[in-house]
Design a protein around this ligand. Sequence first.
Ligand SMILES: Cc1cc2nc3c(=O)[nH]c(=O)nc-3n(C[C@H](O)[C@H](O)[C@H](O)COP(=O)(O)OP(=O)(O)OC[C@H]3O[C@@H](n4cnc5c(N)ncnc54)[C@H](O)[C@@H]3O)c2cc1C
Length: 218
Amino acid sequence: MAVYIDAEESWIQDGIDELVDWLMGVYNVDKPVVFNTIQLYRHDRLAFLRNSQQRAVAGGYILGVKLVRGAYMDKERERAAEHGYASPIHATKTDVDIDFNAALSFCLQHIERVAFCAATHNEASCMHMVRAALAAGVDLRHPHIHFAQLMGMSDHISFNLARAGFNVSKYVPYGPVREVVPYLIRRAEENRSISGQVGRELRLIQEEINRRMHAQRE
Ligand SMILES: Cc1cc2nc3c(=O)[nH]c(=O)nc-3n(C[C@H](O)[C@H](O)[C@H](O)COP(=O)(O)OP(=O)(O)OC[C@H]3O[C@@H](n4cnc5c(N)ncnc54)[C@H](O)[C@@H]3O)c2cc1C
């Protein structure tokens, strides 16, 4: 069993990080039970990941991390502008992608001391992870490697990773309607761009429909 602690706004994260570090020191000594979340859209988080790994080595426990890009980009930028401080968010999506993949590689390099979950719908990051694991000769079923996608999203990624032998979970939101509906609306907003994940999935479904129609005709 594992407990994943979500990350939300940057201005409440320091306290959560301290608490999760303390919990990991208590519960992650023999195996990873508690996982913090690292949002790689923040430009300080790759360094934070490296520091967390060093704290885990010094503290004699296994670092558990869920790696995400981050879901509150607009809110973070708006608050930073409103209060007059520098935005904690990377300037471009490319910078975020570079840090996300670097974080995956870092975790893989320290697999004995770091357990991690690649929580992403991004095919390129999943491929990066698979290739890096194969190149490093790491067993795909290593208990420290996980993938997760949201329920109802990117099943083509989840199913193919599971078939290749990785540990894969679907993340299921539940709770009171007043809390779950705003959560689902945020996910819908995240997917509003046709160049995003929903657009990619629609294209894949359309390609599969075409493939089956052609197969029937032949
Ligand atoms: C299992 C699971 C658990 C999650 N838990 C959390 C959590 O605890 N906390 C949390 O914040 N999020 C969480 N998320 C959501 C996650 O942070 C992403 O918002 C979401 O997964 C989309 O990113 P992606 O990696 O799938 O791929 P992509 O579609 O490749 O990336 C989209 C993301 O890129 C970033 N981005 C897009 N445009 C820009 C830009 N112009 N500049 C800078 N960055 C940009 C944003 O972070 C955006 O969400 C979770 C996701 C999953 C699958």
